[in-house]
Design a protein around this ligand. Structure first.
Ligand SMILES: Cc1cc2nc3c(=O)[nH]c(=O)nc-3n(C[C@H](O)[C@H](O)[C@H](O)COP(=O)(O)O)c2cc1C
Length: 299
């Protein structure tokens, strides 16, 4: 997830209970071929603790995807993914993300280019059910599978649906069947809020795994599957560790506001949490955050 699944946050999630596979934020293949490359390489930073990890890219130019795949291999990633589902206006305007559903033959070309660049790394495609209607699914998924990706990752909504309706897990099940018939694995995505729910969805739909997005904001311990409640002290220790790791990686590069959006992950679920969170939202640096947490008397 963009501005979320970076090195600092992955290290926090790994401490809480790691998933079987991590994904990077999506990275512009075009940007990697431009003067913005140095900055984007920070999005592709990885540590020994991250493996197995997939590098996700978006783009529209086969040569860029080829180079991105090659770079992922050189950097030591365990797999690559091309995003063909992002509904963000800025991404679609470039013809990337979900806009590729309008250009299926280019989509196939891009998958082939990524595969060629990535060599023996497995190639995944992350997509949605269609642009406007779930009726588009069979033709679109069939087209993607004709490019022989190793893994199809399906977010069970159309672009028009954004995140406003429940994910159509019955259609994810159908996509899984199509993927299996084509010799690919299928990962289902949409609305998974706990490990138990993910396992249940997987067994009902026949997918080979599930991908979790927003669920991690509600519970950083989601992958551990442990139901026990975490204490405010435990949550605040994690918040401080995350803040320090974030400043070490992004200090002076990204606005501190991007770190603060994580505070709702940690500061919730006890009397006084809302008040503490409001105070933290006014902080502009790690030092102030540390003193606000100290003043709370919780640690
Ligand atoms: C803040 C945020 C950033 C996201 N960034 C990406 C991204 O970089 N690549 C991607 O494939 N999907 C991205 N997504 C979409 C999620 O991967 C996922 O498909 C979507 O949130 C639905 O799954 P969920 O119900 O588990 O959240 C993002 C979602 C959110 C909320």
């Amino acid at each position: 997830m963009a501005d979320v699944t970076d090195v600092p946050f992955r290290s926090i999630v790994a401490q809480c209970g790691r998933p079987d596979v991590f994904y990077t934020e999506f990275v512009s293949a075009h940007g990697l071929a431009s003067s913005g490359r140095e900055r984007l390489l920070l999005d592709l930073a990885l540590t020994d603790r991250d493996h197995p990890i997939v590098a996700q890219f978006f783009g529209t130019v086969p040569e860029h995807l080829h180079a991105a795949g090659k770079l992922a291999r050189e950097l030591g990633f365990d797999g690559v993914d091309i995003n063909m589902g992002c509904p963000d206006r800025a991404i679609m305007k470039q013809g990337a993300g979900a806009a590729l559903m309008r250009e299926p033959s280019r989509a196939v070309e891009l998958i082939a280019a990524l595969r060629e660049g990535a060599g023996d790394l497995p190639v995944a495609v992350k997509t949605r059910l269609g642009l406007r209607s779930t009726d588009e699914m069979d033709a679109w998924v069939g087209m993607v599978l004709s490019a022989k990706p190793d893994v199809l990752v399906v977010h069970g909504r159309t672009v028009s649906e954004m995140s406003k309706v429940p994910a159509h897990w019955e259609l994810i099940g159908r996509a899984a069947q199509m993927a299996h018939d084509a010799g690919a694995l299928c990962i289902g995505n949409g609305d998974i809020m706990s490990r138990a729910q993910g396992l249940e969805r997987a067994s009902l739909s026949g997918v080979d795994g599930v991908m979790v997005g927003r669920g991690i904001f509600h519970n950083p311990w989601l992958f551990a599957g442990s139901p026990e409640l975490r204490t405010p002290a435990e949550r605040l220790r994690l918040l401080l560790a995350h803040t320090d790791a974030w400043v070490a990686h992004w200090g002076g590069i990204k606005s501190f506001d991007l770190m603060k959006k994580f505070y709702k992950v940690y500061v919730s679920g006890w009397d006084g949490a809302a008040h503490l969170r409001a105070k933290l939202m006014e902080a502009h640096d790690a030092e102030t955050v540390r003193s606000i947490v100290a003043e709370s008397g919780i640690l």
